[in-house]
Design a protein around this ligand. Sequence first.
Ligand code: AMP
Ligand code: MG
Length: 321
Amino acid sequence: MPTSNTLHLGVAQSALNQAAQLLRDGELVAFPTETVYGLGADARNGVAVANIYAAKGRPSFNPLIVHVPDVASAQRYVVWNDTAQVLADQFWPGALTLVLPLREGHGLSSLVTAGLDTLAIRVPNHPTAQQLLRLADAPIAAPSANPSGRISPTTAQHVLAGLSGKIAAVVDDGPCGVGLESTILGLTPEVAVLRHGGVAAEQIETALGCALTQAGPNKITAKITAKITAPGQMLSHYAPVEAVRLNVLDPQANEVVLGFGAIRCDLNLSASGDLIEAAANLFGHLHQLDKTSRPIAVTPIPEHGLGRAINDRLRRAAAPR
Ligand code: AMP
Ligand code: MG
């Protein structure tokens, strides 16, 4: 994790150019959106995304929302459909996140989606966020720019108070929004409100011309399903098929071995024992080992830094099903 001084940048063209270059170089840059300050990283760069988790001290890998400047950019990463188009016409740029199937050849780090085959994507409305996304010319993963468990930041001072020295820069454009998060709407293909936020369910009903029904405490679903425009582009579902064993030093002959550090194995998360690199490789390696259809043995991974999040994910993969 970088521990240099965090640059406190303004919004002059030169400052935004610098912030965009830092993002392209795989550094972490906090920036304002209409909801809260986001902690941005190039979503194609696994190490950069791993550093988001390290800087926030997150104990688990939840999938992150990817930010892009417009619909055309979004269509490079997800399988678009007519429902998404109706919603984007009405609510983008704005506080609505759409969850859609990942497109073949999307090029994003699997850590961004935590190994899922769907992607949460949003076009933010904040002018500085818009400018930065265009200058960076990269999909930007961005959760709130605060240490895990602390209050979401609505000023650059909040960001610096929590993350100074752990991120490359913060772009300061004064206080942002009211701290209301984006509404997350699943379209995969059932229409479902996954999180309430800035765009009300009623507004979505009006846009789609159909009623949403309550399906659970936090989930509202619509009676319509979104027809995927190009079904052939959908990736297959991810779930480790075979058993996963953890902390293994003496693997059995039939097992494939996922290693960490200087150890004999079939695939190594990080031969040099770097937990950031290991996090960046985690979901990709699991997918690859899954394809062997053999049980997976994982060698010990230290329970500190990003090791906690890695072990958390592996424990869930290893849990009895
Ligand atoms: P945040 O970026 O902190 O506002 O939160 C991101 C939220 O989006 C989390 O609650 C995630 O669970 C949710 N999310 C991100 N990607 C997906 C996805 N592919 N499917 C469902 N929910 C997602
Ligand atoms: Mg947050």
